[in-house]
Design a protein around this ligand. Structure first.
Ligand SMILES: *Cc1c(COP(=O)(O)O)cnc(C)c1O
Length: 358
């Protein structure tokens, strides 16, 4: 088809492809790293009490209740916190705010597949750094000239966790660029693994977290960045130049309430970690090769059948996992950690699929 004249001035992008959201209810959904448990019970009370006449009004543009609750939980000043509509929104704002150099930004070749999409849509040059054979990051790759650095820790879709010392080394080596650590899964990695304490020491470090995984609220869309107040101020300036009212009132209230229930948070995270560690044993028995994931998913490669075959067979049985037909990772499945019951269904199906003769 010939391009119309007006199409020449269209911003053309190849969009990010999120995991499937099947609409049937009888599926075992282990494909998008959602939390299998509901949000903390006090979120229910927020909804029950909500006065719908408040919907008439614009939401608080500074999302103060939410920012304050996050600040209290992480013992920070509210001026060190930026909130957005999911961490996807926060990361996208951070790309727009901080990555405006002519030098390429750096991220791993195997990582969250949204980074190159944001780089493309904002016309940011980028360079990917290959992971080591064991899927770890080589810190020396991040000591070349760059316009910024971003990677998740633990990394996605590998689940591999890097040490705080290694991240500090990268941040310290790059005083002239902003380094963003996407900690979407850090709550599943255990205490003391977040690089958040480093934000007081390095004004070029931005740490991003989300409510979508460890806080069971993917559908509410809440993410937040933590860093030096100068970084946060720059992000807010950009955000308020685009749309002041991104986060709705109900979401702000639910998010604040969820931050206050530490007991429920700890309990559900610990349950998921236990299920994950059990799943590693079962996968080993089925001869899968997998990384020692510190997240709420396992990146695993079947040995007796191809990953694509296992993916398709699972789908026939209404069990959804994630598969990418891409170099290096095409031998792997990414399996989100569900409830023990869901994992039992998965392993029963995997035993069938792996051991059948074909
Ligand atoms: C899930 C995920 C996000 C996005 O989370 P939202 O807060 O739901 O937008 C960001 N980064 C990584 C690495 C993720 O896996």
């Amino acid at each position: 088809m010939t391009e119309k004249k007006w199409e020449q001035s269209v911003r053309k992008v190849i969009p990010y492809v999120p995991g499937e959201q099947p609409q049937e209810t009888d599926v075992v959904k282990l494909n998008t790293n959602e939390n299998p448990y509901p949000p903390c019970p006090s979120v229910r009370a927020v909804l029950d009490k909500f006065d719908i006449s408040k919907m008439r009004l614009y939401p608080a543009p500074d999302a103060k209740v939410l920012v304050d609750a996050i600040a209290e939980r992480y013992k920070l000043n509210p001026s060190q916190i930026f909130v957005g509509v999911g961490s996807d929104d926060v990361i996208s704002m951070a790309f727009m705010t901080f990555f405006n150099s002519d030098k390429p930004i750096l991220f791993p070749d195997i990582t969250y597949s949204f980074y190159d999409v944001w780089a493309d849509v904002y016309r940011i040059p980028y360079k990917t750094c290959p992971l080591n054979k064991d899927f770890t990051i080589n810190p020396d790759d991040y000591k070349q000239e760059n316009g910024g650095i971003i990677f998740p820790n633990p990394n996605a879709p590998t689940g591999v966790l890097e040490s705080v010392d290694m991240i500090e080394d990268i941040v310290k080596s790059n005083p002239d660029s902003v380094v963003i650590i996407d900690e979407a899964y850090i709550d599943f990695a255990g205490a003391g693994k977040s690089c958040l304490p480093l934000i007081d020491k390095y004004d070029n470090l931005l740490v991003i977290q989300t409510y979508s995984k460890s806080r069971s609220m993917a559908g509410m869309r809440i993410g937040f960045a933590m860093g030096n107040e100068k970084l946060i101020k720059y992000m807010n300036d950009v955000k308020f130049s685009i749309n002041s009212y991104t986060m709705n009132t109900v979401t702000q209230l639910c998010g604040a309430e969820s931050m206050r229930d530490e007991a429920y948070f700890t309990e559900t995270v610990e349950k998921i970690v236990r299920t994950r560690e059990n799943a590693k044993k079962r996968l080993a028995e089925l001869n899968f090769i997998f990384t020692d994931s510190m997240s709420n998913f396992i990146f695993a490669s079947p040995q007796k059948k191809s990953a694509q075959y296992v993916f398709e067979e699972l789908k026939k049985r209404k069990i959804y996992v994630r598969y990418w037909n891409k170099p290096v990772i095409c031998d792997y499945l990414r399996i989100s950690v569900g409830t023990d019951e869901e994992m039992e269904k998965l392993f029963n199906a995997l035993e069938d699929i792996i051991n059948e003769n074909s």
